[in-house]
Design a protein around this ligand. Structure first.
Ligand SMILES: [Zn+2]
Length: 463
């Protein structure tokens, strides 16, 4: 990382809430103090002399300055499955990828974050290991309704539930009665419900043909499973008044349901992920289970429809759903595995690559850095009630910043990523957009030095 602790960061392309322009960003005590005209602050100014510590200026030239990304969908897996991913490796990958805040999912750690005790165990494990700021989702599973309020008071950002089997035994999915009880409780305490929406009955009825052909796996997780689950969820949300968020929308067919529900006053938001926006079923090679996730990557026409929805503001966030495992569980042929899509672990590793992957496709489609920031910083910050703290270059916000070269090109080498396991469907892909430096609360993140990420609790004002 080329820059140490600056007091001023200058760039000809600062991405601000109202657009992109040349500016100087003045930082004090870890926060953005002011944003002023490009070149108007110089080291030696009285302003800077008054600032604590040695004043310094980082001039990025034409390299853009973005607010750090907020990734609200990350499976860290520690404690319990640290060999899949851990706090140190995940947060180092995040920092290298321009992500300065992550919110950890309640599974696939052991124990899952479904009790206060488990949350405290996770917090203790994460201590001193995080290179970026870190918060936690809780989990709503059958039988833990009484845990939700204490967990929410303890600072989790909301609760995740699965409507279909999660893939791990210790995090069971909710049936209709469990869902009703969980959403009623979450409506009562004001906590958002974040939901994996695939319908188990539709999945059970789908054709199941194991093997190395991606089209067989795709047929086993049809789009109807998403629409059926979302329809059922929206009914329950309508009845209970809960605020719901649909995780990782892969099928554009759910979008009309969300539009109608919003018109009826249901509080519903949705996210999609870099892999659904940048990869397509037609391109998945036989046996390349790095591409397997649930719900699955669908066809190119669906991908175009997701981009249209993104452009129309139908998604509040684009977040990674980083969910790695060890290569043996992926059954990857290059590790001696069978390449069987049906049996391989479903999850995509991409935390370090989300920003360049989405930017590569976004710029091709005529989108701007401001769009990128809305989808990957401001939107996810809003989802978890961190607006005003994270996700924008504006006075009073944490000085979480990324130097991003929008023209920088590189080819992904899985072995060079900070993820614990060198597996990603982006391996070998040429991407445009390179992270040149990351600052967390005004300090340059140096992954060779000691981490200084903080653990975040839900702000008390967030509903
Ligand atoms: Zn996930």
């Amino acid at each position: 990382m080329p820059f140490s602790q600056p007091t001023v960061i200058r760039s000809r392309r600062v991405v601000l809430p109202d657009g992109e322009r040349p500016a100087d960003v003045l930082i004090r005590d870890g926060k953005i103090e002011r944003v002023v005209a490009h070149g108007s602050l110089t080291v030696g100014d009285r302003e800077l002399a008054a600032a604590a510590g040695p004043a310094a200026l980082a001039d990025l030239g034409d390299t853009a300055l973005l607010p750090g990304l907020v990734d609200t969908h990350v499976h860290v897996n520690e404690p319990g499955r640290t060999e899949w991913e851990g706090f140190a490796t995940a947060t180092r990958a995040a920092a290298a990828g321009g992500v300065t805040t992550i919110i950890d999912m309640p599974l696939n750690s052991i124990p899952p974050t479904t009790t206060v005790e488990a949350l405290l165990a996770k917090r203790k494990t994460a201590e001193g290991q995080a290179w970026v700021d870190l918060g936690f989702w809780g989990g709503a599973v059958p039988g833990n309704v009484a845990e939700l309020e204490p967990l929410y008071r303890e600072g989790v950002f909301g609760f995740k539930s699965f409507l279909a089997p999660s893939g791990v035994d210790e995090f069971p999915h909710v049936e209709a009665a469990d869902l009703e009880a969980a959403l009623a409780e979450q409506a009562r305490i004001g906590a958002p419900a974040v939901i994996h929406a695939e319908d188990p009955a539709v999945l059970d009825a789908a054709p199941r043909q194991p093997g190395v052909h991606y089209r067989d796996f795709l047929a086993s997780r049809p789009a109807d499973a998403e629409t059926a689950a979302v329809a059922r969820l929206l009914d329950t949300a309508r009845r209970t008044g809960a605020r719901v968020h649909i995780l990782h929308v892969s099928s554009a067919a759910v979008l009309p349901l969300l539009r109608r529900a919003r018109q009826d006053g249901v509080r519903v938001t949705a996210e999609t992920c870099p892999h659904y926006l940048t990869l397509a079923a037609e391109q998945v090679p036989d046996g390349d289970t790095a591409f397997k996730c649930c719900p699955p990557i669908r066809d190119e026409a669906n991908r175009d429809a997701l981009w249209q929805a993104l452009a129309d503001g139908e998604f509040i966030a684009v977040v990674s759903d980083h969910s790695p495992s060890t290569p043996d569980l992926k059954l990857l042929p290059e590790y001696g595995g069978s390449g069987d899509f049906a049996a391989a672990w479903g999850g995509i590793a991409s935390l370090q690559l989300g920003l360049p992957a989405v930017w590569t496709e976004a710029r091709r489609r005529g989108h701007t850095l401001s769009d990128l920031v809305r989808w990957m910083s401001a939107g996810p910050a809003e989802l978890v009630g961190l607006t005003g703290i994270k996700g924008a270059i504006a006075p009073g916000h944490d000085a979480d910043l990324v130097a991003f070269d929008p023209e920088g090109e590189f080819t992904v080498r899985a072995s060079e990523l900070h993820h614990r396991n060198p597996v990603t469907p982006y391996a070998g892909r040429a991407l445009t957009g390179a992270v040149r430096g990351t600052w967390l609360r005004g300090r340059a993140v140096d992954t060779a030095a000691r981490p200084f990420g903080r653990q975040l609790a839900r702000p008390a004002t967030a509903a």
